[in-house]
Design a protein around this ligand. Structure first.
Ligand code: SER
Length: 619
């Protein structure tokens, strides 16, 4: 085997397919998928190329090759514990868009592995899809792999697909790393997911279908090839290392972690896991931030936040005080800038975003961890193994300590969590919040059933005063026929000019009246297009089946409208100044003021605030 460094391996692969086999060389695409709602992050070399498989886009030669950066977090809990799991990795791939098919894909893969990397052919094992005789025969007759090393596997193992998009049966290539890596004496063929002896290095997918959102497999106009080989994994094989964290490019990153923590790698198994988690997550966070993602509570931002927080916590486990990720991330940038120049250009920004998040988390984790550790001590003392869900809820609610972290820490101690109790507490709290809202307005829509009630015609966009028939009157929950002076109740009508509360905006107020009586409207709620006017009768009597004038307080409505418009101006100005990463998280609009909640990674500077005000005032 040739002992190649990771960067040399990448180059050797790209040269082989690019120069010798006529593939167009593509640079790695960013981790944020472009025009693809089905995917959170790029997780395979083929993911940014879907349109070439379906034929919507064309590429020179109809062949391409790349080393694509990928993030997969499905196995995040296994990172650092196994020899081969990482959240960040690069995928070497060669692709055919209706050009070559199984024969070339298989024989070239074999050629690359045995000629360029010089892996011993006797160490190779392969798998094929159950009834794929074509692939089986190519491996057996043309490549000369002995039949007892060609395994046929079912759809679970040998059919590659994402949620939607191009997919098909596949053939995987494994390297036998020798009996020293076996978990027991039966571990003598690929297929044991817990073992690191037979390492899957390359997946050749015979992409023949496009899977749609309903799960139908639609045959593609032409068959394609999508192959993917983990760069770190093949580096580990050729460098004969025990795991992906020991390959050449990881050494400086690991040394930096040793330096910062004062803990030596390979002296203590538990510490090794933490060192590897930090090394892996530092790589992932560096590339995620470089590609434009900022920590948040949603989607990609949450993936990033979780990685930063996990890495930070493992730093704590190593005894590191305060924030430290900037140092590790700098080392990642040093290591990877040969291939990814943009890391150097974005360096300051990457470090700032990660450090800000670390600082924000520091307080939460310090107090939460202290509390959780003392709970764990107590459980040990009492011989208990399941943490009370209300304690986990308290950690979450009072300390802002994430539930997944609580679970993970308990897991490390072989403890469980009573999750039902946690959910119960969560529901109790929601109920309390609902009740609080209920007592504010005196009644609640929650229990009202609108079946059989006609929807109310809303005319209030530009008509503030309208004649309407009162169809129902409720006193608390009783359906009654009239309300007298001083009474409070709820009025339903065939039409209305009153805006109901909604989308953060308060309801209109005003009066409902005719010659017989007058009621003050204090609130309006809407459910299934039925409007519920909360009223207090101020004169005479209000009765069902009579016509009334519904009149909105015009001045107040106009004040609310102006604040509503200002909310839109503010939203746009924030985007103009801070960028589209901001997300609206809520708002409140009434006659006196407005409040606009949004998520953004940092506090606004005075300069930014002034710019935002200027834009709005000008408009
Ligand atoms: N798409 C396949 C995989 O991710 C091969 O590239 O394994």
């Amino acid at each position: 085997m040739k002992n190649l460094g990771m960067n040399d391996l990448r180059k050797s692969y790209i040269d082989f397919f690019g120069k010798e086999k006529g593939h167009t060389i593509l640079k790695s695409f960013p981790l944020i998928p472009q025009n693809d709602e089905s995917l959170l992050l790029i997780n395979a070399g083929m993911a940014p190329l879907k349109q070439y498989f379906t034929g919507e886009k064309k590429i020179k030669n109809n062949r391409a090759t790349s080393s694509q950066r990928c993030v997969r977090t499905g196995d995040i809990e296994r990172v650092g514990k196994t020899e081969r799991h990482g959240t960040y990795f690069e995928m070497l791939g060669n692709f055919s868009f209706g050009d070559y098919f199984k024969r070339e894909a298989i024989t070239w893969a074999y050629e690359f592995l045995t000629k360029k990397v010089e892996i011993d052919r006797n160490d190779l094992w392969v798998t094929v899809y159950l009834n794929d005789d074509e692939a089986y025969n190519i491996w057996k007759d043309e490549v000369g792999i002995s039949p007892d090393r060609i395994l046929r596997q079912d759809k679970d193992e040998n059919f590659w697909e994402l949620e939607v998009g191009p997919c098909g049966p596949c053939s995987e290539i494994y390297v036998d790393r020798g009996p020293d890596h076996a978990i027991d004496e039966n571990d003598n063929a690929p297929g044991n997911d817990n073992s690191d002896r037979f390492l899957e290095i390359w997946n050749l997918v015979f992409t023949q279908f496009n899977k749609d959102i309903e799960g139908n497999y639609i045959p593609l106009a032409h068959p394609n090839i999508d192959t993917g080989m983990g760069l770190e994994r093949i580096a580990m094989v050729v460098q004969q290392k025990d795991n992906i964290f020991e390959i050449d490019v990881m050494q400086d990153i690991i040394s930096e972690i040793e330096k910062v923590s004062g803990v030596k790698y390979k002296e203590n198994k538990k510490c090794d896991v933490s060192i590897r988690v930090i090394a892996d997550h530092a790589k992932a966070m560096t590339f995620l931030v470089s590609d434009g993602i900022i920590p948040s509570n949603e989607k990609r931002g949450y993936v990033l936040r979780r990685l930063i927080r996990r890495a930070y916590r493992h730093g704590k486990l190593l005894g590191i005080k305060g924030e430290f990720l900037s140092q590790i991330v700098s080392e990642v940038i040093e290591t990877y800038k040969v291939e990814y120049e943009e890391l150097e250009t974005n360096k300051d920004n990457i470090i700032k975003i990660i450090t800000d998040e670390e600082e924000r988390f520091q307080h939460t984790i310090d107090s939460g961890l202290e509390r959780l550790n003392s709970l764990i001590d107590e459980m040990k003392k009492n011989g208990e193994t399941v943490l009370d869900g209300s304690e986990a809820f308290k950690l979450y609610d009072t300390y802002g300590f994430p539930l997944d972290l609580t679970k993970e820490i308990l897991n490390e101690e072989n403890f469980d969590l009573d999750e039902n109790k946690f959910s119960e507490e969560m529901e109790n709290q929601r109920q309390l919040a609902r009740n609080a809202r209920k007592s504010d307005s005196g009644w609640s829509l929650d229990n009202i059933v609108t079946d059989g009630i006609d929807p109310t015609e809303f005319v209030g966009y530009d008509i503030l005063k309208v004649e309407a028939n009162i169809s129902n009157i409720f006193d608390e929950s009783e359906n009654i026929s009239s309300l007298n002076k001083g009474d409070k109740g709820i009025i339903l009508s065939d039409r209305t000019s009153f805006y109901a509360q909604g989308g953060g905006q308060v309801a209109d107020t005003g009066f409902i009246y005719n010659q017989g009586g007058k009621a003050k409207v204090t609130d309006v709620q809407k459910k299934n297009d039925v409007f519920f006017h909360s009223v207090e009768v101020v004169e005479g009597e209000i009765k069902t089946n009579q016509k009334y004038t519904f009149k909105v307080d015009q001045e107040r409505r106009y004040d609310i409208t102006r604040n509503h418009s200002a909310t839109h101006l503010l939203d746009q100005a924030l985007r103009d100044v801070l960028g589209d990463e901001i997300t609206q998280a809520g708002s409140l609009v009434d006659e006196n003021r407005l409040r606009f909640d949004f998520t953004y990674n940092e506090s606004l500077t005075s300069e930014e605030k002034r710019k935002i005000e200027d834009i709005i005032n000008k408009k």
